[in-house]
Ligand binder design. Structure first.
Ligand code: SDX
Length: 429
Protein backbone atom coordinates (compact mmCIF):
# COMPACT_ATOMS: atom_id res chain seq x y z
CA UNK A 1 0.00 0.00 0.00
CA UNK A 2 1.40 3.41 -1.05
CA UNK A 3 2.51 5.39 2.00
CA UNK A 4 1.90 9.13 2.07
CA UNK A 5 2.38 12.11 4.37
CA UNK A 6 -0.19 14.88 4.83
CA UNK A 7 0.74 18.53 5.31
CA UNK A 8 -1.73 21.29 6.03
CA UNK A 9 -0.94 24.69 4.49
CA UNK A 10 -3.29 27.62 5.06
CA UNK A 11 -5.98 25.17 6.13
CA UNK A 12 -5.63 23.05 2.98
CA UNK A 13 -4.40 19.44 3.24
CA UNK A 14 -1.85 18.16 0.75
CA UNK A 15 -0.75 14.55 0.45
CA UNK A 16 2.82 13.69 -0.62
CA UNK A 17 4.13 10.18 -1.41
CA UNK A 18 6.67 8.42 0.83
CA UNK A 19 9.23 6.32 -1.03
CA UNK A 20 11.21 3.48 0.59
CA UNK A 21 14.68 2.34 -0.48
CA UNK A 22 15.90 -1.27 -0.70
CA UNK A 23 17.46 -0.98 2.78
CA UNK A 24 14.35 0.57 4.30
CA UNK A 25 15.38 4.24 4.13
CA UNK A 26 12.30 6.41 3.68
CA UNK A 27 11.87 9.83 2.05
CA UNK A 28 9.06 12.24 1.42
CA UNK A 29 8.98 12.74 -2.34
CA UNK A 30 8.62 16.54 -2.67
CA UNK A 31 9.20 16.66 -6.44
CA UNK A 32 5.67 18.11 -6.90
CA UNK A 33 5.62 20.24 -3.71
CA UNK A 34 6.05 23.68 -5.31
CA UNK A 35 3.74 22.84 -8.19
CA UNK A 36 0.96 21.77 -5.79
CA UNK A 37 1.51 24.10 -2.81
CA UNK A 38 3.63 27.01 -4.08
CA UNK A 39 6.09 26.32 -1.25
CA UNK A 40 9.66 25.01 -1.35
CA UNK A 41 11.72 23.37 1.44
CA UNK A 42 14.75 24.97 3.10
CA UNK A 43 17.62 22.67 4.20
CA UNK A 44 21.08 24.36 4.55
CA UNK A 45 23.85 21.84 3.84
CA UNK A 46 21.22 19.35 2.63
CA UNK A 47 21.38 17.65 6.05
CA UNK A 48 17.83 16.28 5.54
CA UNK A 49 17.71 16.16 1.75
CA UNK A 50 18.29 13.24 -0.62
CA UNK A 51 19.40 14.55 -4.02
CA UNK A 52 18.81 11.29 -5.90
CA UNK A 53 18.00 7.59 -5.75
CA UNK A 54 21.14 5.53 -6.32
CA UNK A 55 22.15 1.87 -6.77
CA UNK A 56 25.85 2.37 -6.18
CA UNK A 57 26.78 2.70 -2.49
CA UNK A 58 24.88 2.08 0.73
CA UNK A 59 25.97 3.73 3.98
CA UNK A 60 24.25 3.16 7.34
CA UNK A 61 25.68 5.86 9.63
CA UNK A 62 24.09 4.45 12.77
CA UNK A 63 25.42 0.91 12.26
CA UNK A 64 28.70 1.83 10.56
CA UNK A 65 27.86 -0.07 7.37
CA UNK A 66 29.43 0.69 3.94
CA UNK A 67 28.73 -1.44 0.84
CA UNK A 68 29.67 -0.92 -2.82
CA UNK A 69 27.01 -2.44 -5.12
CA UNK A 70 25.87 -4.50 -2.11
CA UNK A 71 29.32 -5.89 -1.20
CA UNK A 72 30.64 -4.92 2.29
CA UNK A 73 33.76 -2.75 2.06
CA UNK A 74 35.45 -5.06 4.59
CA UNK A 75 35.24 -7.96 2.10
CA UNK A 76 36.50 -5.85 -0.79
CA UNK A 77 39.42 -4.56 1.31
CA UNK A 78 40.37 -8.14 2.16
CA UNK A 79 39.84 -9.90 -1.18
CA UNK A 80 39.71 -7.33 -4.01
CA UNK A 81 42.06 -4.92 -5.76
CA UNK A 82 41.42 -1.26 -6.49
CA UNK A 83 41.09 -1.92 -10.25
CA UNK A 84 38.53 -4.70 -9.64
CA UNK A 85 36.60 -2.49 -7.19
CA UNK A 86 36.65 0.37 -9.72
CA UNK A 87 35.17 -2.02 -12.31
CA UNK A 88 32.47 -3.08 -9.79
CA UNK A 89 31.47 0.50 -8.98
CA UNK A 90 31.38 1.66 -12.60
CA UNK A 91 29.76 -1.44 -14.17
CA UNK A 92 27.67 -2.70 -11.24
CA UNK A 93 29.13 -6.24 -11.11
CA UNK A 94 32.47 -7.83 -10.27
CA UNK A 95 34.33 -8.58 -13.52
CA UNK A 96 35.03 -12.06 -14.90
CA UNK A 97 38.72 -12.83 -15.32
CA UNK A 98 38.44 -12.00 -19.04
CA UNK A 99 36.68 -8.69 -18.34
CA UNK A 100 39.29 -7.79 -15.70
CA UNK A 101 42.17 -8.63 -18.06
CA UNK A 102 40.62 -6.46 -20.79
CA UNK A 103 40.03 -3.58 -18.34
CA UNK A 104 43.64 -3.79 -17.09
CA UNK A 105 44.99 -3.72 -20.67
CA UNK A 106 42.83 -0.65 -21.44
CA UNK A 107 44.18 1.09 -18.31
CA UNK A 108 47.74 0.26 -19.29
CA UNK A 109 47.18 1.48 -22.85
CA UNK A 110 45.94 4.83 -21.47
CA UNK A 111 48.63 5.28 -18.82
CA UNK A 112 50.85 7.73 -20.72
CA UNK A 113 50.23 11.48 -20.51
CA UNK A 114 50.51 13.61 -23.68
CA UNK A 115 54.09 14.89 -23.79
CA UNK A 116 52.86 18.44 -24.52
CA UNK A 117 51.22 18.44 -21.06
CA UNK A 118 54.62 18.35 -19.37
CA UNK A 119 55.18 22.01 -20.17
CA UNK A 120 52.14 22.80 -18.02
CA UNK A 121 53.46 20.75 -15.09
CA UNK A 122 56.93 22.30 -15.42
CA UNK A 123 55.55 25.84 -15.35
CA UNK A 124 53.47 25.65 -12.18
CA UNK A 125 55.16 27.53 -9.29
CA UNK A 126 57.10 25.12 -7.07
CA UNK A 127 54.79 25.98 -4.18
CA UNK A 128 51.62 25.08 -6.10
CA UNK A 129 49.46 22.60 -4.16
CA UNK A 130 49.17 19.26 -6.00
CA UNK A 131 45.34 19.39 -5.75
CA UNK A 132 45.32 22.69 -7.66
CA UNK A 133 47.65 21.19 -10.28
CA UNK A 134 45.53 18.02 -10.52
CA UNK A 135 42.19 19.84 -10.97
CA UNK A 136 43.75 22.08 -13.65
CA UNK A 137 45.40 19.23 -15.53
CA UNK A 138 42.32 16.99 -15.41
CA UNK A 139 40.30 19.84 -16.91
CA UNK A 140 43.04 20.28 -19.54
CA UNK A 141 42.66 16.61 -20.63
CA UNK A 142 39.67 17.60 -22.77
CA UNK A 143 41.92 19.93 -24.78
CA UNK A 144 44.60 17.27 -25.28
CA UNK A 145 42.12 14.43 -25.90
CA UNK A 146 39.23 16.04 -27.81
CA UNK A 147 36.05 14.19 -28.67
CA UNK A 148 36.24 12.12 -31.87
CA UNK A 149 32.99 12.67 -33.86
CA UNK A 150 33.18 9.15 -35.34
CA UNK A 151 32.88 7.58 -31.86
CA UNK A 152 29.48 6.77 -30.37
CA UNK A 153 28.65 8.47 -27.04
CA UNK A 154 29.22 5.15 -25.24
CA UNK A 155 32.63 4.65 -26.88
CA UNK A 156 33.57 8.25 -25.99
CA UNK A 157 32.54 7.75 -22.36
CA UNK A 158 34.41 4.45 -22.07
CA UNK A 159 37.68 5.86 -23.42
CA UNK A 160 37.31 8.98 -21.24
CA UNK A 161 36.73 6.81 -18.13
CA UNK A 162 39.78 4.68 -18.91
CA UNK A 163 41.94 7.74 -19.59
CA UNK A 164 40.90 9.37 -16.30
CA UNK A 165 41.47 6.25 -14.17
CA UNK A 166 44.88 5.66 -15.68
CA UNK A 167 46.20 9.15 -16.37
CA UNK A 168 45.24 10.72 -13.03
CA UNK A 169 47.58 8.24 -11.36
CA UNK A 170 50.38 9.07 -13.87
CA UNK A 171 49.82 12.83 -13.52
CA UNK A 172 49.99 12.63 -9.72
CA UNK A 173 53.37 10.90 -9.85
CA UNK A 174 54.59 13.21 -12.63
CA UNK A 175 53.77 16.36 -10.65
CA UNK A 176 55.64 14.91 -7.66
CA UNK A 177 58.78 14.17 -9.71
CA UNK A 178 58.72 17.51 -11.55
CA UNK A 179 58.08 19.35 -8.26
CA UNK A 180 61.26 17.74 -6.86
CA UNK A 181 63.26 18.41 -10.05
CA UNK A 182 63.68 14.66 -10.55
CA UNK A 183 63.45 12.59 -13.74
CA UNK A 184 59.87 11.63 -14.57
CA UNK A 185 59.41 7.85 -14.38
CA UNK A 186 57.11 6.40 -17.03
CA UNK A 187 54.37 3.83 -16.34
CA UNK A 188 55.25 0.21 -17.11
CA UNK A 189 53.02 -2.39 -18.74
CA UNK A 190 54.38 -5.18 -16.54
CA UNK A 191 53.26 -3.60 -13.25
CA UNK A 192 49.82 -3.61 -11.63
CA UNK A 193 47.97 -0.33 -11.10
CA UNK A 194 49.17 0.39 -7.54
CA UNK A 195 52.70 -0.98 -8.06
CA UNK A 196 52.98 1.21 -11.19
CA UNK A 197 52.07 4.29 -9.16
CA UNK A 198 54.59 3.51 -6.41
CA UNK A 199 57.27 2.87 -9.03
CA UNK A 200 56.50 6.16 -10.83
CA UNK A 201 56.70 7.96 -7.48
CA UNK A 202 59.80 6.42 -5.95
CA UNK A 203 61.92 4.81 -8.65
CA UNK A 204 65.00 6.80 -9.65
CA UNK A 205 67.96 6.36 -12.02
CA UNK A 206 70.32 6.10 -9.06
CA UNK A 207 68.19 3.92 -6.80
CA UNK A 208 65.76 1.44 -8.34
CA UNK A 209 62.54 1.19 -6.29
CA UNK A 210 62.02 -2.26 -4.77
CA UNK A 211 58.31 -3.08 -4.94
CA UNK A 212 57.04 -4.50 -1.64
CA UNK A 213 53.84 -6.54 -2.07
CA UNK A 214 52.63 -5.61 1.43
CA UNK A 215 52.88 -1.91 0.57
CA UNK A 216 51.13 -2.56 -2.78
CA UNK A 217 48.34 -4.39 -0.91
CA UNK A 218 48.11 -1.51 1.61
CA UNK A 219 47.77 1.01 -1.23
CA UNK A 220 45.06 -1.10 -2.86
CA UNK A 221 43.18 -1.18 0.46
CA UNK A 222 43.67 2.58 0.90
CA UNK A 223 42.14 3.28 -2.52
CA UNK A 224 39.35 0.70 -2.09
CA UNK A 225 38.32 2.38 1.17
CA UNK A 226 38.19 5.77 -0.58
CA UNK A 227 36.50 4.55 -3.79
CA UNK A 228 32.97 5.86 -3.12
CA UNK A 229 30.80 7.21 -0.34
CA UNK A 230 27.34 7.99 -1.76
CA UNK A 231 26.44 11.72 -1.95
CA UNK A 232 29.41 13.33 -0.15
CA UNK A 233 30.40 16.92 -0.93
CA UNK A 234 32.70 16.19 -3.90
CA UNK A 235 30.38 13.59 -5.43
CA UNK A 236 27.50 16.05 -5.14
CA UNK A 237 29.74 18.57 -6.94
CA UNK A 238 30.45 16.08 -9.75
CA UNK A 239 26.71 15.32 -10.14
CA UNK A 240 25.77 19.01 -10.04
CA UNK A 241 28.39 20.16 -12.57
CA UNK A 242 27.74 17.03 -14.67
CA UNK A 243 24.00 17.83 -14.72
CA UNK A 244 24.77 20.74 -17.07
CA UNK A 245 25.93 18.08 -19.58
CA UNK A 246 29.54 19.27 -19.39
CA UNK A 247 32.29 16.79 -20.38
CA UNK A 248 33.37 14.26 -17.74
CA UNK A 249 36.85 15.78 -17.32
CA UNK A 250 35.31 19.10 -16.23
CA UNK A 251 32.87 17.40 -13.84
CA UNK A 252 35.73 15.40 -12.24
CA UNK A 253 37.82 18.57 -11.98
CA UNK A 254 34.96 20.12 -9.96
CA UNK A 255 34.99 17.07 -7.66
CA UNK A 256 38.74 17.44 -7.12
CA UNK A 257 38.24 21.08 -6.13
CA UNK A 258 35.52 20.21 -3.61
CA UNK A 259 37.61 17.34 -2.16
CA UNK A 260 40.49 19.79 -1.54
CA UNK A 261 38.61 21.40 1.36
CA UNK A 262 39.96 20.65 4.90
CA UNK A 263 36.47 19.68 6.05
CA UNK A 264 36.36 17.02 3.32
CA UNK A 265 39.26 15.25 1.60
CA UNK A 266 41.78 17.80 2.82
CA UNK A 267 41.24 16.45 6.33
CA UNK A 268 43.87 13.70 5.91
CA UNK A 269 46.55 16.37 5.46
CA UNK A 270 45.03 18.47 8.27
CA UNK A 271 45.07 15.44 10.64
CA UNK A 272 48.81 14.92 10.21
CA UNK A 273 49.44 18.66 10.56
CA UNK A 274 47.43 18.61 13.81
CA UNK A 275 49.24 15.48 15.12
CA UNK A 276 52.60 17.03 14.20
CA UNK A 277 51.64 20.17 16.13
CA UNK A 278 50.71 18.05 19.18
CA UNK A 279 54.04 16.22 18.82
CA UNK A 280 55.94 19.51 18.57
CA UNK A 281 54.14 20.71 21.71
CA UNK A 282 55.41 17.72 23.73
CA UNK A 283 52.64 15.24 22.83
CA UNK A 284 49.99 16.49 25.27
CA UNK A 285 46.59 15.97 23.61
CA UNK A 286 44.55 17.70 26.38
CA UNK A 287 44.88 21.28 25.05
CA UNK A 288 43.64 20.16 21.59
CA UNK A 289 40.70 18.28 23.07
CA UNK A 290 39.83 21.41 25.08
CA UNK A 291 40.05 23.64 21.99
CA UNK A 292 37.82 21.24 20.00
CA UNK A 293 35.17 21.53 22.74
CA UNK A 294 35.44 25.32 23.08
CA UNK A 295 32.47 26.94 21.34
CA UNK A 296 34.48 30.14 20.94
CA UNK A 297 37.32 28.36 19.20
CA UNK A 298 36.82 27.46 15.51
CA UNK A 299 39.35 24.62 15.94
CA UNK A 300 37.97 21.18 15.07
CA UNK A 301 39.58 17.86 15.88
CA UNK A 302 40.60 16.87 12.37
CA UNK A 303 39.72 13.30 11.44
CA UNK A 304 36.82 13.25 13.90
CA UNK A 305 33.12 13.50 13.18
CA UNK A 306 31.07 12.79 10.11
CA UNK A 307 27.84 13.99 8.54
CA UNK A 308 26.56 10.42 8.22
CA UNK A 309 28.50 8.15 10.59
CA UNK A 310 27.34 8.58 14.18
CA UNK A 311 29.50 5.63 15.20
CA UNK A 312 32.87 4.35 14.02
CA UNK A 313 33.57 4.92 10.32
CA UNK A 314 34.20 1.29 9.24
CA UNK A 315 36.93 2.53 6.90
CA UNK A 316 38.85 4.07 9.80
CA UNK A 317 38.97 0.73 11.59
CA UNK A 318 40.41 -1.05 8.55
CA UNK A 319 42.85 1.81 7.89
CA UNK A 320 44.19 1.53 11.45
CA UNK A 321 44.95 -2.21 10.99
CA UNK A 322 46.72 -1.55 7.67
CA UNK A 323 48.70 1.23 9.37
CA UNK A 324 49.98 -1.17 12.01
CA UNK A 325 50.98 -3.70 9.34
CA UNK A 326 52.85 -1.26 7.09
CA UNK A 327 54.56 0.52 10.01
CA UNK A 328 55.63 -2.88 11.31
CA UNK A 329 56.97 -3.65 7.82
CA UNK A 330 58.98 -0.46 7.44
CA UNK A 331 60.13 -1.09 11.04
CA UNK A 332 59.62 2.57 11.77
CA UNK A 333 57.58 3.62 14.73
CA UNK A 334 55.74 6.82 13.92
CA UNK A 335 55.26 9.02 17.02
CA UNK A 336 52.19 10.45 15.31
CA UNK A 337 50.53 7.02 15.43
CA UNK A 338 51.03 6.86 19.19
CA UNK A 339 49.61 10.38 19.53
CA UNK A 340 46.65 9.47 17.27
CA UNK A 341 45.82 6.42 19.38
CA UNK A 342 46.10 8.48 22.57
CA UNK A 343 43.90 11.21 21.09
CA UNK A 344 41.30 8.62 20.07
CA UNK A 345 41.36 7.02 23.52
CA UNK A 346 40.94 10.36 25.37
CA UNK A 347 38.33 11.77 22.98
CA UNK A 348 36.11 8.67 23.02
CA UNK A 349 35.88 8.87 26.82
CA UNK A 350 34.97 12.57 26.75
CA UNK A 351 31.23 13.38 27.13
CA UNK A 352 31.46 16.10 24.46
CA UNK A 353 32.58 13.63 21.78
CA UNK A 354 30.19 10.95 23.04
CA UNK A 355 27.21 13.32 23.10
CA UNK A 356 28.08 14.73 19.66
CA UNK A 357 28.65 11.20 18.24
CA UNK A 358 32.16 12.19 17.13
CA UNK A 359 34.28 9.18 16.18
CA UNK A 360 37.44 8.84 14.10
CA UNK A 361 36.60 8.97 10.38
CA UNK A 362 38.50 7.64 7.37
CA UNK A 363 40.94 10.54 7.48
CA UNK A 364 42.12 9.99 11.04
CA UNK A 365 44.57 7.18 10.31
CA UNK A 366 44.92 7.45 6.53
CA UNK A 367 47.58 10.16 6.74
CA UNK A 368 49.74 8.01 9.01
CA UNK A 369 49.54 5.16 6.51
CA UNK A 370 50.54 7.48 3.66
CA UNK A 371 53.48 8.78 5.71
CA UNK A 372 54.61 5.19 6.28
CA UNK A 373 54.52 4.66 2.49
CA UNK A 374 56.66 7.77 1.98
CA UNK A 375 53.91 9.83 0.33
CA UNK A 376 54.61 13.57 0.91
CA UNK A 377 52.10 15.45 3.08
CA UNK A 378 50.88 17.79 0.34
CA UNK A 379 49.92 14.77 -1.81
CA UNK A 380 47.67 13.11 0.79
CA UNK A 381 44.47 14.56 -0.70
CA UNK A 382 45.65 13.68 -4.20
CA UNK A 383 45.80 10.06 -2.99
CA UNK A 384 42.21 10.41 -1.79
CA UNK A 385 41.23 11.82 -5.22
CA UNK A 386 42.79 8.88 -7.10
CA UNK A 387 40.81 6.53 -4.84
CA UNK A 388 37.53 8.45 -5.21
CA UNK A 389 37.74 8.68 -8.99
CA UNK A 390 35.80 5.45 -9.75
CA UNK A 391 33.09 6.58 -7.34
CA UNK A 392 32.77 9.99 -8.99
CA UNK A 393 32.67 8.34 -12.43
CA UNK A 394 30.02 5.78 -11.42
CA UNK A 395 27.84 8.47 -9.81
CA UNK A 396 28.22 10.75 -12.86
CA UNK A 397 27.25 7.89 -15.21
CA UNK A 398 24.22 7.00 -13.06
CA UNK A 399 23.05 10.62 -13.12
CA UNK A 400 23.38 11.15 -16.88
CA UNK A 401 21.82 7.72 -17.60
CA UNK A 402 18.76 8.67 -15.53
CA UNK A 403 15.79 9.11 -17.93
CA UNK A 404 14.36 11.67 -15.50
CA UNK A 405 17.62 13.63 -15.60
CA UNK A 406 17.31 17.34 -14.69
CA UNK A 407 19.87 20.08 -14.49
CA UNK A 408 20.56 20.76 -10.78
CA UNK A 409 19.12 24.17 -9.96
CA UNK A 410 18.13 24.60 -6.28
CA UNK A 411 15.63 27.24 -5.16
CA UNK A 412 16.18 29.84 -2.40
CA UNK A 413 14.24 31.97 0.07
CA UNK A 414 14.99 35.65 -0.61
CA UNK A 415 15.48 37.69 2.58
CA UNK A 416 17.07 40.78 1.04
CA UNK A 417 15.73 44.34 0.59
CA UNK A 418 12.38 44.91 -1.05
CA UNK A 419 12.26 46.91 -4.31
CA UNK A 420 13.97 50.33 -4.21
CA UNK A 421 15.10 52.83 -6.90
CA UNK A 422 18.52 53.53 -8.36
CA UNK A 423 20.21 56.59 -6.77
CA UNK A 424 22.52 58.66 -9.03
CA UNK A 425 26.03 58.83 -7.54
CA UNK A 426 25.79 62.62 -6.96
CA UNK A 427 22.84 62.01 -4.61
CA UNK A 428 24.46 59.26 -2.54
CA UNK A 429 25.45 60.03 1.02
C1 SDX B 1 35.22 13.10 4.69
O1 SDX B 1 30.43 13.03 3.56
C2 SDX B 1 31.30 12.10 3.38
O2 SDX B 1 30.99 10.96 3.15
C3 SDX B 1 32.76 12.53 3.47
C4 SDX B 1 33.80 11.44 3.46
C5 SDX B 1 33.85 10.73 2.12
O3 SDX B 1 34.25 9.58 2.09
O4 SDX B 1 33.57 11.40 1.08
O5 SDX B 1 33.51 10.50 4.47
C6 SDX B 1 35.19 12.01 3.68
O6 SDX B 1 35.10 14.24 4.32
C7 SDX B 1 35.34 12.74 6.14
C8 SDX B 1 35.29 13.98 7.07
C9 SDX B 1 36.68 14.64 7.11
N1 SDX B 1 36.59 15.93 7.82
C10 SDX B 1 37.13 16.10 9.03
O7 SDX B 1 37.64 15.20 9.69
C11 SDX B 1 37.08 17.53 9.54
C12 SDX B 1 36.61 17.54 10.99
N2 SDX B 1 35.19 17.11 11.04
C13 SDX B 1 34.20 18.14 10.99
O8 SDX B 1 34.48 19.38 10.57
C14 SDX B 1 32.76 17.64 10.87
O9 SDX B 1 32.62 16.58 11.71
C15 SDX B 1 32.26 17.29 9.48
C16 SDX B 1 32.45 18.42 8.53
C17 SDX B 1 32.95 16.08 8.96
C18 SDX B 1 30.77 16.99 9.58
O10 SDX B 1 30.17 18.13 10.03
P1 SDX B 1 28.55 18.26 10.10
O11 SDX B 1 27.90 16.95 9.92
O12 SDX B 1 28.14 19.38 9.21
O13 SDX B 1 28.33 18.61 11.60
P2 SDX B 1 28.41 20.07 12.22
O14 SDX B 1 29.57 20.80 11.61
O15 SDX B 1 27.04 20.67 12.11
O16 SDX B 1 28.77 19.75 13.76
C19 SDX B 1 27.75 19.24 14.63
C20 SDX B 1 28.29 19.49 16.03
C21 SDX B 1 28.76 20.94 16.24
O17 SDX B 1 28.65 21.20 17.60
P3 SDX B 1 27.32 22.03 18.12
O18 SDX B 1 27.43 23.43 17.55
O19 SDX B 1 26.11 21.25 17.60
O20 SDX B 1 27.44 22.00 19.65
O21 SDX B 1 29.46 18.67 16.25
C22 SDX B 1 30.59 19.52 16.45
C23 SDX B 1 30.24 20.87 15.91
O22 SDX B 1 30.98 21.89 16.57
N3 SDX B 1 31.70 18.93 15.69
C24 SDX B 1 32.97 18.93 16.09
C25 SDX B 1 33.68 18.22 15.12
N4 SDX B 1 32.83 17.83 14.16
C26 SDX B 1 31.61 18.27 14.51
N5 SDX B 1 33.56 19.47 17.22
C27 SDX B 1 34.91 19.28 17.30
N6 SDX B 1 35.66 18.61 16.40
C28 SDX B 1 35.07 18.05 15.30
N7 SDX B 1 35.81 17.39 14.41
Amino acid sequence: MKQTVKIIIDGKTFELPIITGSEGERAIDISRLRQETGLVTLDPGFVNTASCQSRITFVDGEKGILRYRGIPVEQLAEHSTFVETAYLLINGELPTQEQLNRFSVMLNDSSLVHEDMRAFFENFPRWAHPMGILSSMVNALRAFYPEIPERTEEEEINITVTRLLSKVRTMAAMSYKIFRGHKVIYPRHDLTYAANFLNMMFNSPVKPYVIDEDVVKALNVFWILHADHEQNCSTAAVRLVGSARVNLYAAISAGICALWGPLHGGANQAVVEMLSQIHANGGDVAPFIARAKDKNDPFRLMGFGHRVYKTYDPRGQIMKKVCDKVLGKVTRQDPLLDIAMRLEEVALKDPYFIDHHLYPNIDFYSGILLRAMGIPLNMFTVMFAIGRLPGWISQWKESIDNPNWKIHRPRQIYIGLKQRDYVPIKERG
